[in-house]
Design a binder for this molecule. Sequence first.
Ligand SMILES: [Zn+2]
Length: 486
Amino acid sequence: MKEILINITPQETRVAILENGMLNDLYIERSRSRGLVGNVYKGKVVRVLPGMEAAFVEIGLEKAAFLHVSDVARTGKSNNGNNNDTVHIGQVLREGQAILVQVLKDQLGTKGARLTTNITIPSRYLVFMPNADNIGVSSRIDKEADRERLKSDLIDQPHRIKDAGYILRTAAEAADKEAIASDIKYLNRLWDNINDTAEVEVGNAVHKDLPLYLRVLRDMVDDDLEVIRVDSRETCNIMLEFAGRYVPEVEKLIEHYPGERPIFDLHGVEDEIQKGLERKVQLKSGGYLIIDQTEAMTTIDVNTGAFVGSRNLEETIFKTNLEAAQGIARQLRLRNLGGIVILDFIDMQETEHKRQVMRALEKALEKDHARTSISEVSMLGLVEMTRKRTRESLEHVLCGTCPTCEGRGSIKTAETVCYEIFREILREARQFDARELLVLAGQDVVDLLVDEESGSLAELEDFIGIPIRFQVESLFTQEQFDVVIV
Ligand SMILES: [Zn+2]
């Protein structure tokens, strides 16, 4: 049983997907930072760079966008199967040429956006690729017979564009021919609009992807879904209208949530989001996970709770690891962690237990919409796995680097800073002819200096022969201090 809660504010749309009352996926879209990925523009080639095999294309952004030759669709397509000839940028693009381009990657800092002419337009069951000519099937549909049936049904569709490419999305598995047919008509209409660019000026978008609350209707609906609750009457009406036109069977699932309580208080969603940012995740059995996200990878360490006695130790560890397997799969989705993930389960003696924990992990990962793969268990007993990067992680969406530790996750102790201050005092006393020194530092450091370290301080004053005063600087972090000559 699946339920979707949608929280709308003018600045932000948040979508929570719950399975059996548990928050499993979270999507956040902010109006200020809504990216351009997926948008299609009428662009103009402003420079061809033969050395880089790329071109700069003007699409109406601050900086010209970047188009590499490998992202330029091959005209004449691949029907001779001879796709390996090297094509140079100068052969496919010339300066001043107007082209339809789609944004692959948003502009970031000084880097312009990255473009492709291999345009892809998703609908509910299909992805339409006007500049390709092959028919593919989502790898999540794994039965060969289903794949073949879907493919041949699609080939038989009368409105299909014969020389264009399509991918059958996972949702197509349960769709009948009529549903696919209406998807094709929808895509054809969309493509006609996009293609009709004669009147459009260079630098304008000819197609934008749907806002998050409508992508929910296109991409996140399946047979298990029981209800979609949205806390804005206005958005609810837009969703109902969209559903009525494109996904009529979903219309009856959409409800306006008029409640006094914030919608994300239902099922404790707000609390779960909070927990999704914490390093430690408590498991019901008393064990817990420690999740660390670094640039290169994510590591998840499984721990037992309080000591449980040695008689049932193996059994307790086994149970904790089983629960951790579920917890890990859920946290990977909720936090949207991608790339390499290293799991450190608690060591188990029995081979059968090891096997069952791996099986539980595989099973829990099956429900993930992002592709995951588990490699072998390493010699040190670590489980290495990967999870496909899709969107940014929850932490990257909601958090920035901590200004106190600048991302290290720890700061120098007050004691360490105290001793640094002592060294600085000595240096300045030797170097300058001061009457008095004033030390500015954070509260905890000053507390330590006037209390536990007061003896050392008295000795230091005697040694340098001038008084030292202290002042708490409330804006300083624990690591910051200043020794001022008075
Ligand atoms: Zn910090």
